[in-house]
Ligand binder design. Sequence first.
Ligand code: ZN
Length: 73
Amino acid sequence: MNGEKLYICATCFQTSATQTECHEHGLMMECQPGEPGNALRQPVKNGYGEYWNTAPRWFLEAVGWIEAGPSLD
Ligand SMILES: [Zn+2]
């Protein structure tokens, strides 16, 4: 996976360019959203071609809502 890393709090969505703690919610998650245009930046569609969540795929993978893997498109 290419691209820069970013760190985000899964609770309040505070972001940082370096690994740090959100002072209210603990250690931030490391995320790699990929280069512009990467499918990881797109929301995930269900089997009917409908978006089931508005979050980008890289976030859903980081919080463990979906498994990392090839695009579902
Ligand atoms: Zn937070």
